[in-house]
Design a protein around this ligand. Structure first.
Ligand code: MG
Length: 256
């Protein structure tokens, strides 16, 4: 069942998304060589709570019974880490690192979800291109994020664009509906067949999130039960926004 949000619900979604953007801005300003990912996490939690929100990822149940709940307010994934990196005072950012920050803010009953990837200081041309393609893949995908198209149209556009540029998309993780819950129907893979899947309707709110690997598509899970890394050690980037489907162009709620 894909939830259609009412006008009031959309206003509440917009507020959660507004706070999500504020947090990303604070993190972007703080990212520099010598800063730990735990420091970024503390900044995020402070900004979220100062703005009346709750960090939705903190305490999120693990993927299996052996994995403790997620301990932090952001996921911070560095270099070959793809997603779900756990902030730590042992992870100190250095010049040229590629760091993906994914965060979800819960406020007044609704969630806002966005991810950005940054290069610490000055990066290599290759890494800049990886970030650029990942971000552009999102915008290629949302060309089809309007009433009448199908989820598969978004998935196909993202996957095709990434592969055309010589990179791989992560197949085991995907975008999702979002609202009262962080993860709602439908799942939104970053690859697939055009013309397939649920039809889009005005009032749906979706988190679209290309996860891109510079090398091959294979991933591994670390022993912490959370962190996903590339198998070949190549770098990875993540770009995500929460969007609202309308009868015309989609509204990207986590861009200000
Ligand atoms: Mg996210």
């Amino acid at each position: 069942m894909i939830d259609i949000k009412s006008k009031r619900e959309i206003e509440l979604m917009k507020e959660a998304c507004r706070v999500t953007v504020l947090v990303h801005k604070a993190i972007e300003e703080a990212i520099k060589p010598g800063v730990s990912t735990l420091e970024l996490d503390k900044i995020a939690e402070k900004v979220i709570r100062e703005n009346g929100g709750i960090p939705a990822q903190k305490g999120y149940p693990g993927p299996d019974k052996y994995t403790p709940a997620f301990p932090a307010s952001i996921c911070a994934s560095v270099n070959d880490e793809v997603i779900h990196g756990i902030p730590s005072n042992r992870v100190i950012l250095k010049e040229g690192d590629v760091v993906s920050i994914d965060l979800v803010v819960y406020k007044n009953g609704y969630n806002g979800d966005a991810a950005r990837t940054y290069i610490v200081g000055k990066g290599s041309k290759d890494d800049e291109r990886l970030l650029d393609v990942t971000k552009k893949a999102f915008f290629e995908g949302i060309k089809f994020a309007k009433q009448g198209f199908r989820i598969g149209d978004i998935s196909h556009a993202i996957g095709e664009f990434v592969e055309k540029n010589g990179y791989s998309v992560v197949k085991e993780f995907q975008g999702h509906g979002i609202g009262k819950s962080m993860h709602e129907d439908p799942g939104i893979p970053n690859y697939g067949k055009a013309g397939k899947g649920p039809r889009l309707q005005a009032g749906m709110t979706l988190a679209i999130e290309p996860m891109v690997i510079a090398g091959n598509e294979n991933i591994l899970e670390l022993d912490d039960g959370w962190t996903i890394v590339t198998q070949d050690g190549s770098k990875s980037a993540h770009y995500e926004n929460t969007i609202l489907i309308t009868e015309k162009e989609p509204e990207v709620l986590t861009l200000l």
